[in-house]
Design a protein around this ligand. Structure first.
Ligand code: AVJ
Ligand code: FE
Length: 440
């Protein structure tokens, strides 16, 4: 992206926006109007809210701010302002209906393309206008992932279909990797579409640690369940135990114990829990309890990013675990190409130089870190994107899931959520301090 000439940057931007729109349309055309306007869970908006919200943000940031055009629908700004109305209240608002919402997002998009044609993507304007388009493409894809999570919550027959992810493509590898201590450049100041919370690049000293080669699998998680892990307060933090008790949490979301073992529901399909697939739909509290039971802990955010980006041969921080090239199908399970995480070992081409696998794609990975600004953080384009969420009530997740598009994930990308949330595509891997005999 950095090297692209303005004309190629325009084409790249247009095709990135088009890819996001194809996905939004597929996710909203998959169900009938009744399903689109219903609230499938108090945690989620009706799908038709997400759709019009995508259009509304695009109108604000691209059509009005970058393009300087007249507002299309100033009357609906408030309805689709996420800060004005909590998700639980959105169904009772006078929202645009399905046909109106579809027409609205189409109209906004045609204006946005017109702005893109004329926007000067050069000089000082390059960063501002070009960034706004990248941010809008990421915003739409983030809501597409949210809509995919809403699909997972809806009842009824399957309406989404996709090919199975690839099988394991490697033999046995060590289950853990030792990462040597030393300085590491975390975050970025040069990635053109990196969001404010990923900036600026800054050196951190990360002591030696050991990290799991793969995300924790369902099979490993079942061992924790069968060992009575959910009934033993000693594995849980105080807040985690209170949460598990209050909500009677006994297994990952969407799992059920049946006579012949653990089953789950996945986009309307009822199936046995697959042992070799990363566990998904667990809260931070469950991840933390599993790690304690396993004699480990969750990685800090800096540890996760060092495992993903540090190249010990050069000391450089890579854009992605596999290098600087944009994500392709052989690197990672991204973009809703598949409707589930892939088994461990399915993406050897995506491993980091240190030999850590499947950091990008499959499942978002909980870290032990609170969401906070990096030293030198500056909010842009506005405080409400990240800054208002900084603090101990949100935990950072890294790496993206099978439902995250390539444009919305990087080695530096930071997601955040409440430690009790698990309707998102969240899993984890463990880390630990090295034993004395393991230190180099
Ligand atoms: C970064 C995923 C936490 O969906 O709440 C969407 C992204 N911000 N619209 C979210 C976002 C504004 C955000 N997360
Ligand atoms: Fe949004």
């Amino acid at each position: 992206l950095r090297e692209l000439a303005p004309r190629d940057l325009r084409e790249h931007t247009a095709s990135t926006l088009a890819r996001a729109r194809e996905r939004s349309v597929a996710l909203t055309d998959a169900v009938d109007d009744e399903d689109l306007t219903r609230q499938h869970s108090k945690l989620m908006s009706p799908l038709v809210w997400d759709l019009a919200h995508i259009g509304s943000q695009e109108e604000l940031w691209l059509v009005r701010d970058v393009g300087g055009r007249e507002p299309l629908r100033p009357d609906i700004d408030d309805l689709y302002d996420a800060f004005q109305h909590p998700r639980a209240d959105r169904p009772s608002l006078p929202l645009l209906g399905p046909a109106e919402a579809r027409a609205y997002v189409r109209e906004v998009r045609s204006k946005a393309f017109d702005v893109l044609e004329r926007a000067p993507l050069e000089g000082r304007k390059l960063t501002e206008a070009a960034f706004a388009f990248g941010m809008i493409a990421q915003h739409e894809q983030q809501h597409d992932e949210t809509m995919l999570a809403t699909h997972q919550l809806r009842q009824g027959e399957p309406v989404l279909h996709a090919p199975e992810p690839p099988p394991r493509r490697i033999g046995n590898v060590a289950p853990e990797v030792l990462v040597p201590g030393g300085p590491f450049l975390m975050g970025t100041s040069v990635e053109p579409w990196a969001l404010d919370n990923e900036r600026p690049a800054h050196e951190v000293h990360v002591g030696a640690f050991v990290i799991d080669t793969f995300p924790v699998t369902c099979g490993q998680y079942v061992a924790f369940l069968e060992a009575g892990g959910y009934d033993e307060p000693r594995w849980w933090s105080e807040a985690g135990w209170a949460y598990r008790s209050e909500h009677a949490i006994t297994a990952p979301r969407f799992w059920r114990r049946e006579a012949d073992g653990w089953w789950r529901t996945r986009f309307g399909v009822h199936e046995p829990v697959p042992a070799d697939e990363p566990v998904v739909h667990v809260s931070f509290h469950e991840a933390e309890a599993y790690a304690a039971w396993a004699g480990k802990r969750l990685p800090t955010e800096a540890e996760w990013e060092k495992a993903a980006r540090h190249d010990p041969a050069t000391g450089r921080s890579l854009r992605y675990p596999w290098g600087d090239e944009e994500p392709a199908a052989q690197h990672a399970n991204l973009g809703q190409r598949h409707l589930r995480p892939a088994v461990t070992g399915a993406y050897p081409a995506g491993a980091s130089p240190l030999g850590v696998h499947q950091l990008i794609g499959d499942v978002w990975e909980w870290t032990s870190s609170d969401f906070a600004g990096y030293p030198g953080f500056t909010a842009f384009p506005y405080r409400e994107y990240s800054e208002v969420f900084f603090g101990p009530e949100y935990k950072v997740l890294r790496g993206g899931s099978f439902g995250t598009d390539a444009v919305a994930i990087r080695g530096t990308f930071r997601n955040w959520d409440y430690p009790i949330r698990r309707q998102i595509f969240s899993g984890f891997r463990c880390a630990r301090d090295p034993r004395p005999d393991e230190r180099a």
